[in-house]
Write a protein that binds this ligand. Sequence first.
Ligand code: 6CS
Length: 348
Amino acid sequence: MKSSKFVSTRSVTTKLMTTATVSALLVGMSSAAYADNWRYAHEEYEGDVQDVFAIAFKEHVEENSDHTVQVYRFGELGESDDIMEQTQAGILQFVNQSPGFTGALIPEAQIFFVPYLLPTDPDTVVEFFNTSTAINETFPELYAEQGLELLKMYPEGEMVLTLDEPITTPEELRGKNIRTMTNPLLAETYSAFGASPTPLPWGEVYGGLQTNILQGQENPIFWIESGGLYEVSPNLIFTGHGWFTTAMMANQDFFDGLSEEDQELVREATEAAYEHTLEHISGLADESLAKIEEASDDVTVTRLNEEQIQAFRDRAPQVEERFIEMTGERGTALLEQFKQDLEAVTNE
Ligand code: 6CS
């Protein structure tokens, strides 16, 4: 049983019990005697991908145990970095934080921002997450060093660039302040693409675009739709350079302190949430794009052709080099594994 430092609310059943019930409880004194309330924070709004995952996790836990899960959405407990700190401190039991913000804590997590490393085909991407050794074995070890039990990494959607005007070449990005999440490698990507990267937490993005302090940003389409980004940054450019990936994890002391039965429950709830979320994201980008086009006449959609993409892809090797400089031998080994895992799914 875990201690109260994790601030999980434990309600002891106080109903009048028959002698038989009490004996049964004493024999199998386990989680059935206590119902814990687990706190789980993520970075998005109601109905967004991380919320779909969190709610599916909550439902599985609550349907299969006496525990409850309290889900906190973006802003309720602060920014992404705040919820990560709260999880490391044991105030929260679970957190969903994207590598876009974890890069400062775990430099290797920045691998997702080496452009053109991941393919664009959704089925191949999903297969990669399902089977990758780097994702399912190496990353859990790296997160464990920070007191985090990594439960799942999963894709949310292909990254799309939004700008104040349509462009097709890196040269046209010159002088544009492009908001990036706050990891150094993503800033390197946008420098390599010719822009002026501006790392900011999420809360400052809409206002920055509205006031033209920022001239662009990148995000998956569902988020461009749900956050209304298209209202202030209406030119969508499909560059094919990467995916928005995220990660769901638990405070490791909390997880280690759970009974085997509860650890199994958490793992099963995570799998159920993952499967449900993969179904949710299938076709989501097209649906969200249709909603955006319905809502605004100002929106333009530019899908770069192979030749145009090549001009951006040509700038990827310098970002990969920076990744290696930032992460040393461990990053190099991770990158090799990542590429091997990708090859396995692209050659199928
Ligand atoms: O751009 C961001 O900061 C946000 N984007 C998504 C898709 N999820 C949460 C994150 O904070």
